[in-house]
Design a protein around this ligand. Structure first.
Ligand code: UT7
Length: 332
């Protein structure tokens, strides 16, 4: 079975920036509260003509260009999102068409903030099976479309953005140590009520009542999700490291989902991981759901903190609940 590597990365965030000071004018909040409780300073927001597939295509193009391959080289496109352009057709189909990726098949994957990691492991297994050579995994979300900008509990947290990673088999001249090592995942539907968009599906179809009751927006019990995230981020990381006989000292970089700076630092502290090994860029993007891990990976590469050969641990907890962590030896 071929080993799998991440061979390229692309990211995109829309231009418009919504700062904490802007939010001060919209809801009863303060820059200081948001910074202290979340670590977020600003987030990017898509204009009304831009949807999730547009962010996804921009990120995808950057990944393909950086690898020097054409859209027609792609075998599979996976789009991890909770804000698809519409229920169907899938955003993967829209992206495939916009890119002109004529040979690719693909689908959307819903796992909220863990979506990108669930997609990455799904894609890695398609490549490892030997049946697919180029799988593009895209995390893309336009969270601003499902955020209630009258609800200060949620509107301060989220931003829009996308990232894409290309998966390929290791080449014959690649170091065999590089690439995918392992993934550990978990779902716990008993936590479903704590973070959800209640209406718009088959349980509560859109109606004037659901709109009047603001049920097409994100509803969250922040404290419940916070406590679960702090516990699970640690447990999934520790479980994955232990299963692979890897110590925390061996990890070069932790790239966590960016939901709250305090969740990330608590995870690092419990793991005993030095701050300089943890990538945090939540201050500039907020929580972009599917986009956080590729965006943080890009920043880690840019700042020289992630280099070829490094052992990188990705981890996320999200609505569902969904939990995932994966371990890679970085390949470019
Ligand atoms: O990636 C998906 C998963 N999502 C997450 O991981 C989010 C997890 N949760 C969190 O990040 C945090 O729970 C929040 C940032 C959402 C909230 O922080 P917190 O420290 O848990 O605050 P809290 O909900 O306990 O609220 C503390 C106080 C309350 O006032 P009282 O009752 O103490 O008077 C809130 O009403 O802060 C108030 N508050 C705010 N104040 C100013 C809540 N939101 C705001 C706000 N500005 N935006």
């Amino acid at each position: 079975m071929p080993k799998v590597k991440i061979s390229a990365l692309g990211c995109y965030v829309p231009e418009r920036v919504l700062t904490n000071f802007d939010l001060e004018k919209m809801v009863e909040t303060s820059n200081q509260w948001i910074l202290e409780r979340t670590g977020i300073s600003e987030r990017h927001i898509a204009d009304s003509a831009t949807a999730t597939s547009d962010l996804a295509v921009a990120a995808a193009r950057q990944a393909l260009d950086s690898r020097g391959i054409a859209p027609t080289d792609l075998d599979v496109i996976l789009v991890c999102t909770v804000t698809p352009d519409m229920f169907f057709p899938s955003t993967a189909c829209l992206v495939q068409n916009q890119l002109g990726a004529k040979r690719a098949w693909g689908f959307d994957l819903i796992a909220a903030c863990s979506g990108f990691l669930f997609g990455l492991t799904t894609g890695a297994h398609l490549v490892a099976a030997g049946t697919h050579k180029k799988v593009l995994v895209i995390g893309s979300d336009t969270m601003s479309r499902i955020i209630d900008y009258k609800d200060r509990n949620t509107c301060i947290l989220f931003g829009d953005g996308a990232g894409a990673m290309l998966l390929e088999p290791l080449a014959a001249d690649d170091d065999p140590q590089l690439g995918f090592i392992d993934f550990l995942g978990e779902i716990d539907g008993s936590g479903g009520d704590y973070l959800k968009m209640p209406a718009g599906g088959s349980r509560l179809p859109a109606s004037s009542e659901t709109v009047a009751q603001r049920l097409h927006y994100v509803h969250q019990d922040g404290q419940q999700v916070f406590k679960y995230a702090v516990r699970k981020m640690y447990e999934v990381c520790k479980g994955l490291l232990d299963r692979n006989g890897v110590t925390v000292k061996d990890v070069d970089v932790l790239i966590p989902h960016q939901a709250n700076r305090r969740i990330i630092t608590a995870t690092a502290e419990r793991l005993g991981l030095a701050c300089d090994k943890v990538v945090i860029n939540i201050e500039r993007y907020g929580n972009t759901t599917g986009g956080t891990i590729p965006l943080a990976t890009r920043d880690a590469i840019k700042s020289g903190r992630l280099k070829k050969g490094d052992l990188v641990l990705f981890a996320a907890v999200g609505a569902g609940y969904t939990v995932g962590a994966s371990l890679w030896r970085w390949a470019f």
